[in-house]
Write a protein that binds this ligand. Structure first.
Ligand SMILES: [Zn+2]
Length: 252
């Protein structure tokens, strides 16, 4: 092969590779259904609330919190965190009951009406801006399109709340924490892998949407905030994730 033909052949190869890689890239960017993630924080206001607010302000993303009335009542400092939640445009506030069942779930859910009254107390007393709810200790869902129970206990209470206009949102994946220290079990990196796996495998309640549960107290020591930053930065870097409020979940 002479030098000219040799060069022509290589230029042709580069053009084909270039076209193929740009086609793949284009397909990735124009993914018809980008993933939507809903970061949710339960049990606040507690001593992680400030760090959560700092992280999401820095990252400029939307998140949901599910608050416990008893915690708001507990101290002026916690009430202050709650008031900051209410005025922060990047935080949507939902109801996680007044009492958090006093952590006696079986007993709490044995009386559906008293569960309803407990949620109503939190909603009315703190003038919550949404009727989004999460049940303490239960991964249950009641929306226009989803009805899911993780166990029988709590089902009647979930039905009663839904019949009275509340929407109940559970979760697809939990960022777990170690009970004695409250520290996150998985790193931010671990969570990115788990989130992508669930979405790719279609194991979420709403296809291409994932609700992530985490807890306020996981972020109380400060260092964990960098894990949260890492999670958000890595998801953003994929170019394929939107962070949204639960009030926009399809089929609500
Ligand atoms: Zn809780």
């Amino acid at each position: 092969m002479n030098k000219g033909k040799y060069l022509q052949k290589w230029i042709g190869c580069f053009l084909i590779i270039g076209l193929l890689s740009s086609a793949t890239h284009k397909e990735y960017i124009n993914h018809a259904d980008p993933y939507t993630i809903y970061l949710t924080f339960d049990d606040g206001p507690l001593h992680g609330s400030e760090n959560i607010a700092t992280a999401i302000t820095k990252e400029n993303i939307k998140v949901n919190v599910f608050v416990v009335g008893q915690h708001i009542q507990n101290s002026p400092q916690l009430k202050g965190y709650f008031n900051e939640y209410l005025v922060n445009p990047m935080i949507e506030v939902g109801n996680h009951s007044f009492s958090h069942a006093h952590n006696k779930y079986q007993l709490y859910y044995s009386n559906a009406n008293s569960v309803y009254v407990d949620f109503l107390k939190c909603y009315n007393e703190y003038k919550l801006p949404t009727k989004l709810c999460r049940l303490p200790g239960r991964n249950m869902w009641r929306t226009a399109t989803i009805k899911h129970n993780d166990m029988p206990s709590g089902s009647a209470a979930a039905d009663l709340l839904y019949q009275n206009g509340f929407k109940i949102i559970g979760w697809d994946l939990e960022w777990e924490h170690d009970a004695p220290t409250s520290s996150p079990v998985q790193t931010g990196d671990d969570m990115v892998y788990l989130i992508e796996t669930h979405l790719k495998n279609g194991t979420t309640r709403v296809k291409n949407h994932l609700v992530l549960l985490s807890h306020d107290e996981m972020f109380s020591k400060g260092w964990e905030q960098s894990e949260l930053d890492q999670l958000v930065d890595k998801l953003k870097a994929t170019g394929n994730f939107k962070f949204e409020f639960l009030s926009t979940l399809p089929g609500l």
